[in-house]
Design a protein around this ligand. Structure first.
Ligand code: 0PR
Length: 366
């Protein structure tokens, strides 16, 4: 702690130098986050002091959070879905598994069944919740094998998880088949659409992944990824709003007497930012954003293939992966566990960056 405070000018010049050490988003091709939309930034600063942990003090903000859930519910074909704004996919996944575990409380040694491609947040969740995590192998297109999932499920399974947009490849698991298995076995079926939830509905040919499938119990979706909101902004949606009360704990001295959320103090600003982007862009605006990202993804794949660099899988979302072991230094790319080059064509990755990247990588291959 400084004994005597420093001047604002001095403080901000220090912060400025530190900020300059961060990478410029322009060169970041490895991230599922992006620059927030200007309306998200504006809404964020407008609601900066709000705390949804004590919603009775901020009823306006709390109603905007519910409006966000309603918008996402309708987008996912169930306007009556319940839910709340989380800090992101990790929290949404933890909470979904808490719900699933509570739902089948009598099971003494509970397990969950996830694809091998599941995000590492499921490991964290299983660790916290003392759940056994059973992984299902992927098929050749890196999607969960639904038949193998059915074989692995047993009487102690409390949750089946499918991914709509895997972290590494953007693959979409066979959600309709998995939903059917879940319905038949009366299983809680959680869809992790942290990435894909803000992409799939805006594609020219959306894949089925949401509440339109009767077996889907809950969905995680992150506005801080393709929803162009500020960080941290996630949402957990549940088919039956009453189900959330399974997690209720007493909060006697707050403005509400019970809460089902994980965090106590909870920022309202990211939830309002997420809503602001959705309402500002509307369906048409979001379709335009997603369409631009998909065009760039395909331009990148075509460009790479002219250098003889093959795609690892044919993407359905804006994640391009390649059989390739080198990339130009000035670009921040990532590598999957299968050693494939991974580039996510987020909204901040414009066509000109793709062309520049192709020129750079072309120089390494010819
Ligand atoms: N589920 C899926 C399918 C995800 O892809 C992610 C994160 C999560 C859950 C967890 O979400 P939170 O990180 O919001 O809790 N996927 C990205 C990843 O792990 C997160 C990320 C984003 C990492 C930007 C790095 C980065 O620069 O790659």
């Amino acid at each position: 702690m400084l004994n005597k405070g420093r001047s604002e000018a001095d403080l901000f010049s220090f912060l400025e130098t530190k900020k300059e050490e961060d990478l410029d988003y322009r060169f970041i091709l490895s991230s599922m986050c992006t620059l927030p939309h200007p309306v998200a930034v504006r809404a964020h600063s407008m609601f900066i002091e709000t705390n949804l942990g004590d919603p009775g003090l901020f009823p306006g903000t709390a109603s905007l959070e519910q409006l966000l859930i309603e918008r996402l519910g309708s987008l996912f074909h169930l306007s009556t879905a319940g839910g709340y704004s989380t800090s992101g996919g990790t929290e949404s996944n933890i909470q979904a598994l808490r719900l699933a575990k509570e739902h089948k409380k009598k099971i003494k040694s509970p397990n969950i069944v996830v694809p091998e491609s599941a995000h590492f947040s499921f490991k964290k969740a299983c660790d916290i919740l003392c759940l056994e995590m059973r992984t299902v192998p992927l098929d050749k297109t890196l999607k969960m094998d639904a038949h193998k999932a059915a074989e692995i499920i047993d009487k102690n399974t409390v949750c089946l998880v499918g991914i709509a947009g895997t972290t590494e490849y953007g693959a979409v698991d066979p959600i309709p088949e998995l939903a059917k298995i879940a319905s038949e076995q009366d299983l809680f079926f959680h869809v992790d659409a942290a990435f894909g939830g803000m992409v799939i509905p805006f594609l020219d040919r959306p894949l089925p992944f949401d509440f339109a499938l009767p077996g889907v119990t809950s969905i995680a979706v992150d506005p801080h990824k393709m929803g162009l909101s500020v960080i941290p902004s996630g949402c957990l949606l549940v088919r039956d709003p009453q189900m959330l009360s399974l997690l209720n704990i007493d909060t006697p001295y707050l403005s509400v007497k019970q809460e089902y959320t994980l965090s106590g103090t909870r920022p309202g600003a990211p939830a309002v930012s997420a809503l602001a982007v959705l309402d500002y862009l509307g369906n048409e605006g979001m379709r335009a954003v997603v369409s631009g990202c998909m065009k760039n993804t395909w331009r990148l794949i075509d460009g790479m293939e002219t250098f003889g660099v093959e795609r690892a899988i044919t993407p359905v979302l804006n994640v391009a992966t390649f059989i390739c072991n080198k990339a130009p230094d000035r670009w921040k790319v990532s590598w999957t566990r299968r050693d494939h080059l991974r580039i996510i064509c987020m909204p901040h990755v414009h066509r000109e960056q793709i062309e520049e990247f192709l020129v750079d990588i072309g120089g390494m291959y010819v």
